[in-house]
Design a protein around this ligand. Structure first.
Ligand code: CA
Length: 226
C-alpha cells in the first residue's frame, strides 16, 4: 500500500512517515500542495494524508482540485483546525475522514486501516499485503509498491511458494516440482530464469540465492488482508 503524506512540518512528517513505514506501508512525503498534485499525477496512491495549512495553498483547495478532476483517491485530513465547522467543511469538500492534531498514533493507524478496507471493489478486496508486495490469488495479480506487475503462471507459482514459506530456504528440487512438476523435458535452468524475471519485475533483493541449496524470501512485513 502506497500512501502520500502531505505535511510541511518536517518533524511531524518524519515521525508520521516512520510510524507508517513500521506499520508496513510505503510512504511518499511532500511538503507543499504543488508537489502533492505532481506526485498524484505521476503515481497511484491508496491514500493521501493531508495537512490543511500548507505553504503554497490551503489543503482544502488541493482536495477540491483533486475532486474536480475526479481523482477518487481516499483522503484523510490531519489538521490542527479542530472546530466542527472545519471538519464539516473538510468532509464536504471530499475528504473521507478527518483527524485533529494532536492525535493518538493508534487512532491514526486504525483510521487508515478502515479507509484502506473501503477501497473500491476490484482494487484490492482479496489482496494480501506484505509491505511493498501485494498478492491477489483469486485474480492472479501481483503488485509492487501499488504498481501492477505482469507475471507468467510459472513466475506466479514460484513467487507464491517462496512467499508462503518466507523465512525458510526452499530447495531447488522442491521449487522445480512446484513450478513445472516432474517434467523431465524442462530445461534445467528454468528455475534460474524465473527467479531472474521475478527479481527484475519486483525487486532484486526480494529473493536471495542460497548457494548450493536453493532460494529464500526473507521475513516480510506482517501480512494484512485488505
Ligand atoms: Ca502545516
Amino acid at each position: 500500500m502506497r500512501l502520500l503524506l502531505v505535511e510541511d512540518d518536517h518533524m511531524l512528517a518524519a515521525a508520521v512517515q516512520d510510524l507508517l513505514r513500521r506499520a508496513g506501508y510505503t510512504v511518499d512525503r511532500v511538503a507543499c500542495g504543488l508537489d502533492a498534485l505532481q506526485s498524484l499525477e505521476r503515481e497511484h496512491f491508496s491514500l493521501v494524508i493531508l495537512d490543511l495549512g500548507l505553504p503554497d495553498m490551503d489543503g482544502l483547495e488541493l482536495l477540491s482540485r483533486l475532486r474536480q478532476h475526479s481523482n477518487p483517491v481516499q483522503v484523510l485530513i490531519l489538521s490542527a483546525r479542530n472546530e466542527s465547522t472545519d471538519r464539516v467543511l473538510g468532509l464536504d469538500t471530499g475528504a473521507d475522514d478527518y483527524l485533529s492534531k494532536p492525535f493518538d498514533v493508534e487512532e491514526l493507524l486504525a483510521r487508515i486501516r478502515v479507509l484502506l478496507r473501503r477501497q473500491p471493489q476490484g482494487s484490492g478486496s482479496n489482496r494480501q499485503v506484505f509491505g511493498d508486495l501485494a498478492i491477489d490469488r483469486e485474480a492472479y495479480q501481483v503488485f509492487w509498491q501499488d504498481r501492477r506487475v505482469e507475471l507468467t503462471p510459472g513466475e506466479f507459482k514460484l513467487l507464491l511458494e517462496l512467499v508462503d514459506h518466507r523465512g525458510k530456504v526452499m530447495t531447488r528440487d522442491r521449487l522445480q516440482e512446484v513450478v513445472y512438476g516432474w517434467d523431465e523435458c524442462a530445461e534445467s535452468n528454468v528455475l534460474e530464469v524465473y527467479v531472474h524475471h521475478l527479481r527484475k519485475k519486483l525487486d532484486k533483493k526480494l529473493i536471495k540465492t542460497v548457494r548450493g541449496v536453493g532460494y529464500l524470501v526473507e521475513e516480510l512485513p506482517a501480512a494484512a488482508q485488505v
